[in-house]
Every structure is written in structure tokens, then in C-alpha cells.
Design a protein around this ligand. Structure first.
Ligand code: SAH
Length: 257
């Protein structure tokens, strides 16, 4: 059996309890060495076979899984953050299906959440934005035309950009073309939740300069939207004294804070 496990964004204690248990039980671990914190590998049992997939092709990865399966061993495929976001897991799963090897997924804390935590941000502030667009700038991997940064920027919603820290000029052009003003708040979060985490609050207009001044070209998320500055927003309806929920009766005429 192969378990696809989310390693979390970086900090060792941000793997899930289930993910940790699977890692402790694994006979074989194939981890994404480019981004997974190798301190997690200290959890594995003695004799565990370990591969770094950063040096392997898809075929080599699935061959290692097949070998483990033929020996009756349990494999953990350790992906950074949550495997469902830019994890390249589907192609592995399809090969496992062809080979008749069972697999399951264990979610992880995405860097999407790690970056919000680094800044104590709420992505969905009432009256500001109620949606989060998770996307990337087109690079060597193309992005469908109707999903361009420019097209999404037109919504003015909160945007979280993966895999884009090295493409900031192109990203900024898309954001501006889509309708964000240059003074829209933005943030760069480098290595969220790692000991070497760095956070920078800037604006759409100063994204490129901020990254350049601080030498940031990768392993960062770019956050865009007014939620970054949270200078004005509406309080939540859910916790308002007058609002009735399934758990609490609202009281008419009680003034909120
Ligand atoms: N599955 C991962 C994303 C993999 S794509 C997740 O859920 O987080 C790799 C990209 O994720 C990087 O280029 C970077 O944009 C982002 N990333 C991953 N870990 C990060 C971290 N700790 N801090 C900031 N960005 C991170």
C-alpha cells in the first residue's frame, strides 16, 4: 500500500497526527527533497528505505513503489504542504492503478495556511473579500488562458500565488492589467513556518523591488488583496449579538461593539 502524505509547510510539528503515524510505520519513504523538511525523516523507523524524489523521474518513483509493494512493504510518499495543491500526485496514482497497487491520501497543512499564519491573516474578511483564488503565474508549466492572472485579478478577490516568486514582473503586469491598483496591499512570505521564515508587506507596485532587495526568488507565496492590510472590514454576522444561529438565539436591539 502507498500512502500519499502531506508533510506540512515546513515546521516539523505541522504534519498531521495521522501523517506522523504513517511516517513512523513506513518501510519505504519517498520524499520531495526540494521542499520537504528533512528533519521529518528522523521519525522513521530503523531500516526504513529512503528516497529523495527531487533526483528521480516519475518512472523511477513508481518503480520504487512497485518494488516495495512486491516485497509486501508500506510506502509513504511524502509531499510538501498538502498533496492536492501542485503536488503532481494524480500521475503517480494513475500508474499505481494500472499496476493494481492500492493507495490512499493523508492531507497536510498547505503553505497557503502556513503563510496566513505567518502574518495572522484572515483571507476572507467580510466586506473585503469572501473568496481566495489559488493560482500561479504561467512559467514552464502553462496555465490555461481563461485562468490567467489578469482574468482572476478582475475579481478583486484575495489571491494566493504559488510558484511565482521568480516571475514577479510578469505577475505584476497581469495583476495591474486585470484591474488591481499599484497600491493594492500585497505580501511575500518566504519559507512560511520554517525557522528561516521571512515576511514582507508591500504593494502590488512594489512586489518586484521588495523581492529583489531581499534576494527572494523561490519558496515563497505572494498574497494579494485588501485583506493583507485589513484596514477596513465588517464584523462577522455569525458572532453579532443580534444574529441567531443554530447554537445561539440573537437578541434584538443589542448593539454590537
Ligand atoms: N503542495 C504544496 C505546494 C507545492 S508547489 C503546498 O500545499 O504548499 C511549490 C510552491 O509552494 C513553492 O514554489 C512556493 O510557492 C510554495 N511553498 C511551498 N512551501 C512554502 C513555504 N513554506 N512558504 C512559502 N511558500 C511555500
Amino acid at each position: 500500500m502507498v500512502h500519499f502524505v502531506g508533510a506540512g509547510p515546513g515546521a516539523v510539528d505541522l504534519i498531521t497526527v495521522r501523517g506522523q503515524r504513517l511516517l513512523e510505520e513506513a518501510d519505504v519513504v519517498i520524499y520531495a527533497g526540494s521542499l520537504v523538511n528533512t528533519a521529518l525523516l528522523e521519525m522513521v523507523k530503523e531500516g526504513c528505505r529512503i528516497y529523495d524524489s527531487a533526483r528521480m523521474t516519475l518512472e523511477e518513483v513508481t518503480a520504487a513503489m512497485e518494488l516495495a509493494e512486491s516485497e509486501g512493504l508500506m510506502t509513504v510518499r511524502l509531499h510538501t504542504g498538502d498533496p492536492s495543491i501542485y503536488g503532481a500526485v494524480r500521475e503517480q496514482m494513475d500508474i499505481l492503478e494500472e499496476k493494481g497497487i492500492a493507495y490512499a491520501s493523508c492531507p497536510g497543512v498547505s503553505s497557503l495556511s502556513g503563510a496566513a499564519a505567518a502574518l495572522n491573516l484572515e483571507y476572507t474578511l467580510p466586506g473585503v473579500s469572501q473568496s481566495v483564488v489559488i493560482t500561479r503565474t504561467a512559467g514552464r508549466t502553462p496555465v490555461p488562458e481563461k485562468e490567467s492572472v489578469e482574468a482572476f485579478a478582475g475579481h478583486g478577490a484575495t489571491m494566493v500565488l504559488f510558484l511565482s516568486a521568480g516571475l514577479l514582473e510578469q505577475l505584476t503586469a497581469g495583476l495591474l492589467a486585470g484591474g488591481y491598483s499599484p497600491d493594492t496591499p500585497a505580501a511575500i512570505v518566504y519559507k512560511a513556518t520554517w525557522p528561516e521564515e521571512e515576511t514582507y508587506i508591500c504593494t502590488v507596485g512594489t512586489l518586484t523591488a521588495t523581492a529583489r532587495e531581499n534576494g527572494i526568488t523561490k519558496t515563497a507565496l505572494i498574497l494579494v488583496g485588501d485583506v493583507v492590510s485589513h484596514s477596513s472590514y465588517e464584523r462577522s454576522r455569525l458572532y453579532h449579538p443580534e444574529f441567531t444561529t443554530g447554537f445561539r438565539a440573537g437578541k434584538k436591539g443589542v448593539e454590537g461593539h
